[in-house]
Design a protein around this ligand. Structure first.
Ligand SMILES: Cc1cc2nc3c(=O)[nH]c(=O)nc-3n(C[C@H](O)[C@H](O)[C@H](O)COP(=O)(O)OP(=O)(O)OC[C@H]3O[C@@H](n4cnc5c(N)ncnc54)[C@H](O)[C@@H]3O)c2cc1C
Length: 294
């Protein structure tokens, strides 16, 4: 039934697909189906169809902050990568959810439109970045957002203002709903392209110097606890190199758990729980996972 629907509506899809291919941690079992609509209208009819037929679904950005269960996902993954469009009108830019944050940041730098330089090097896309309120080097994606367009659980298109998004540190209103972000409107500032490029190259170099970018991961495993840095706490507890199966606390950056080759989702979750337990015992600080386990 789902195969027929996807063919009729000309929606690109793969069946019995390994989630290792779609997540930066490279773990997880197979999804029954992964569908990649290339228009907002197709995404809307797909959500409506899945709801009407009681088929579970999950919205996936670039998979850089999620890990899927080793048993896989018995439903449809709606991946936003084909919603990759951008319209510029003076300082106002509308961007599709599927555009990578790094590509958006670079495109803005070339136009001398400032505000999202800090996104350069974050491996998620616009939809995932907004859902997480991604941030780095003093910036957060919420800073220059004007409004966000999303499909609700019935597949209907709506718009929400920046204020209604309730942006906070790694928290947004989207976490309270089963909505699919399809695009966002950004209000940019006029900037100096050369200065923007210099900042972007500098932060990219800092990432390469400090982060274990040669190994699969989901970036920082834990949120920053108020008044502390998760990586410093983990390091002070002597946990660099701590291993469970194929999951390891990075030797290079204690805030990252990496996949040394054959990690399972279970290995990663067990290691993260172990780290949080030791930090609580030794430092009295609660660490909350930043990565999302599906
Ligand atoms: C090496 C590395 C470095 C990183 N550095 C940073 C950093 O500096 N700062 C930072 O904030 N993060 C960082 N991250 C984490 C990650 O890149 C961000 O959290 C990013 O915002 C996730 O985007 P994504 O598109 O990959 O989302 P995904 O991982 O695909 O999804 C994350 C969550 O968003 C939801 N979601 C995704 N797209 C949509 C949509 N269109 N509509 C509704 N819900 C959606 C998913 O359901 C999921 O719950 C890093 C990760 C890695 C691997």
């Amino acid at each position: 039934m789902i195969k027929n629907f996807l063919t009729v509506h000309n929606i690109d899809a793969h069946f019995d697909e390994s989630m290792k291919k779609h997540t930066t941690f490279k773990v997880g079992g197979n999804a029954m189906c992964i569908a990649m609509p290339d228009t907002v209208e197709k995404a809307g009819v797909l959500i409506k169809f899945l709801k009407e037929n009681n088929i579970s679904y999950y919205i996936l950005g670039n998979g850089s902050n999620v890990i899927f269960n080793d048993n896989g996902f018995d439903g449809v993954i709606i991946k936003t990568s084909n919603l990759n469009f951008m319209e510029i009108e003076n300082n106002t830019v509308t961007v599709g959810a599927g555009m990578l944050m790094t590509s958006f940041s670079k495109a803005m730098q070339l136009k001398g439109l400032s505000g999202v330089e800090f996104c350069y090097g974050i491996p998620g896309n616009i939809g995932g970045g907004i859902y997480m309120n991604a941030g780095a080097y003093g910036g957060e994606i919420s800073n220059c957002i004007k409004s966000v367009n999303y499909l609700d659980e019935n597949g209907n298109l709506n718009t929400i203002s920046k204020e209604e998004c309730h942006f906070a540190y790694r928290h947004t209103e989207f976490m309270n709903h089963k909505w699919m972000i399809v695009s966002a409107v950004f209000e940019m500032q006029q900037g100096n392209s050369e200065e923007m490029l210099a900042f972007m190259e500098d932060i990219m170099q800092r990432r390469k110097d400090k982060q274990p970018l040669d190994k699969p991961s989901a970036g920082s495993s834990f949120k920053r606890p108020a008044g502390y840095f998760a990586a410093a706490l983990i390091d002070e507890c002597g946990l660099k190199g701590l291993t469970v199966g194929g999951a390891q606390v990075s030797e290079k950056h204690a805030g990252f758990i990496v996949n040394t080759g054959n990690a399972t989702c279970r290995d990663i979750v067990n290691l993260a729980d172990k780290v949080a337990q030791i930090v609580l015992e030794q430092k009295g600080v609660v660490l909350e996972k930043e990565m999302i386990i599906v």
